[in-house]
Design a protein around this ligand. Structure first.
Ligand SMILES: Nc1ncnc2c1ncn2[C@@H]1O[C@H](COP(=O)(O)OP(=O)(O)OP(=O)(O)O)[C@@H](O)[C@H]1O
Length: 349
């Protein structure tokens, strides 16, 4: 089911946790809300769920205004980071709970409940552990049961708040691949909150990057990484280099360099050039950026070089290609660098 959010915002005691935003979540997509702590991700998820009343605007589920509907009426499946399964109930009973607690006239008959719980347990690969208690499961298994429980009510949408946040790194990666496969099988519209950029970029069809209660970019993962829409996104996603300078006559100037504006252009005045470490190269040409090598580092099979530019507070970081490794520059050496791709934004202070 598609979800439309129109002019929805939320304040807590005068503090804007979420500025009024517009967002369209197409049916069947897996959407990540990504941002630093306090950026408003959970607030937005809770507003979609109906766990919090909106200050204004509309939330539309599949063409139907759901703004004033409760969580139950919206029929959303919700999974929290620490989803408290009922400790005294078996895996099977936990998943059956949502169905058993439906009002009598909506409640399926017992054989139908058993059949649908069996199917869900197969889907989340927990059928073999159906009689176990939550305390007898690993963290990852518990979250799979929580997901099955959220899906038992045949939800219109699945909302997941840092579902793998409490798990160790290896299990997280396994579970996120598993969630992607599960999503492809069920086709359920799913929105999940994460502050882990790798998780968002790896898993989602669309990534909504949030900062200070606003949406900075809503795009497919490749574009969020390759074409960041704002300095915040450039900085927050992946690694970035910054060169301080100014824009004049449609050129970017910094001490010892001038280069044409790329992309959407940037108004005249103080500006910052952003680039990725893999978009910088060692160059033979004397016309490139002149830099002084500070350090060459090896980390996890990658070799990076740190170099300073005259007049710049921050060093530049670049990934070296295998060709560069044949003649590895040494600390203190002067090198010429060229920029393959970059974007210039007005400097924000
Ligand atoms: N019930 C509340 N009362 C007052 N302030 C709140 C309440 N809920 C959230 N906030 C504030 O609103 C802002 C956004 O919070 P929110 O939980 O949406 O952020 P988040 O992006 O999900 O962060 P995290 O990743 O840390 O969970 C924060 O500054 C938070 O302190």
């Amino acid at each position: 089911m598609d979800i439309l959010i129109e002019g929805v915002g939320k304040q807590f005691e005068g503090f804007a946790a979420l500025n009024p935003i517009d967002l369209a979540i197409p049916s069947g997509q897996l959407v990540a809300l990504l941002g630093p702590s306090g950026s408003g991700k959970t607030t937005l998820l809770r507003l979609i769920a109906g766990l919090l009343p909106v200050d204004g605007g509309r939330i539309v589920f599949g063409g139907r205004d759901a703004t004033r509907l409760s969580l139950r009426e919206r029929r959303v499946g919700f999974v929290f980071q620490h989803y408290a399964l009922f400790p005294h109930m078996s895996v099977f009973e936990n998943v059956a709970f949502g169905l058993r607690s439906k009002p009598r006239r909506e409640r399926p008959a017992e054989p139908a409940i058993r059949a649908s719980v069996d199917k869900l347990l197969e889907l989340v690969q927990m059928a073999a552990l159906r009689d176990r208690l939550p305390a007898q499961l690993s963290g990852g298994q518990r979250q799979r049961v929580a997901l099955a429980r959220a899906m038992a009510i045949d939800p219109t949408v699945l909302l997941l708040d840092e579902p793998f946040g409490a798990l160790d790194a290896k299990v997280r990666v396994e579970l996120r691949r598993w969630l992607r496969t599960l999503h492809d099988e069920t086709g359920l519209t799913t929105v999940f909150v994460t502050h882990d950029q790798e998780e968002a970029l790896d898993l989602a069809d669309r990534v909504v990057v949030m900062n200070r209660g606003a949406i900075e970019q809503d795009d497919v993962p490749d574009r969020v990484y390759g074409h960041p829409a704002s300095p915040f996104v450039f900085d927050f996603i992946g690694r970035s280099n910054q060169i301080e300078g100014e824009v004049r006559d449609s050129l970017f100037f910094a001490p010892g360099m001038s280069t044409p504006l790329a992309g959407d252009g940037c108004r005249a005045g103080p500006a910052t050039l952003y680039s990725r470490p893999h978009d910088l190269r060692l160059s033979e040409s004397k016309r490139g950026l002149q830099a002084t090598v500070q350090e060459v580092r090896r980390l996890a099979g990658r070799v990076t070089l740190e170099a300073t530019l005259a007049g710049q507070a921050r060093p530049l970081v670049m990934d070296l290609s295998s060709h560069d490794l044949l003649q590895l520059p040494q600390p203190g050496e002067r090198v010429n660098l060229s920029l393959d791709r970059y974007r210039v934004f007005p400097t924000t202070r």
